[in-house]
Design a binder for this molecule. Sequence first.
Ligand SMILES: [Zn+2]
Length: 338
Amino acid sequence: MRGAIIHAPYDIRVEERPDPTIVEPTDAILRLSAACICGSDLWPYRGINEVRRPGPIGHEYCGIVDEVGPAVVSVKPGDFVVGGFFACDNDCPNCRAGFHNACQNFQSYDGCQAERLRVPMADGTLVATPEQPPAELIPSLLTLSDVMATGWHAATMANVQPGMTVAVVGDGAVGLCGVLAAHQKGAARIIAMSRHARRQELAREFGATDIVEERDQAGVDAIRALTDGVGADAVLECVGTGASMIQAIGSCRAGGMVGFVGAPHGVELPIREMFTRNVGVRGGMAPVRAYLPQLMDLVLRGVIQPGKVFDHLLPLEQAADGYAAMDERRAIKVLLTL
Ligand SMILES: [Zn+2]
């Protein structure tokens, strides 16, 4: 089969890889319907995160079950399935508490930007649609593997409630999905922080009521100005840098909560400011499996269309061009067709 391999920073090649096979009786083999490039794939792409090189890359997927091991009971060949960006048993104490990201049997995948994929613990990891979804829903279903679930997690961790004013730091695909999640959870006002026209437009389409273009202290001042000097009731931090976290905490009202989902790189929390204003910070890696059934239902009923974050479609063979487009921010998110 064909699959993307990272050889070095800025060097992605699509090459021949061995077809995956059933290794454990709990495995499933999928024929992927589509794959995509994540903002977090850019950390190894830029050489900031150490990864095995050369090595397969990609962690978001959806597709058709081709084969299952003898112990698999919840999915069968022919089912259309989505799984989170890691495999989990859905049964250990952490999974049962809704934090599948800390599954005691957590496993990562061997490269999802490929034609086929071995999914460990298929019963715990995969959720099947009731019937074959129409092709036009595949991009939205694919986002449930990571970005949409991660945006949803930010809004959940920030405790977004109906009627709230919510600020979203970050206009990448996750931030935009955070806007959609806040809207779905009933936020009355959603302030998206973005300085890119196309991203602002999509944010408005997803439910943003206001746009703030300023960053850092000027961005905080703009949020305060829009909220009678108070700050937002809840803030979604969807970037993961020190500056974005400071901006998120500064934009939050006294007693409010910042939900953070940007993988932290160089973040230090201003504990004195948090103490003085009772601002909370909660979040982390999204427990995708916990949200999959609910989000899948919203997509299948046409209530949400998170697939709109894909503004570039390329064949898998051109994955390298997709990485470059994401790296240069020419693309919000790239879908790789198979
Ligand atoms: Zn578990």
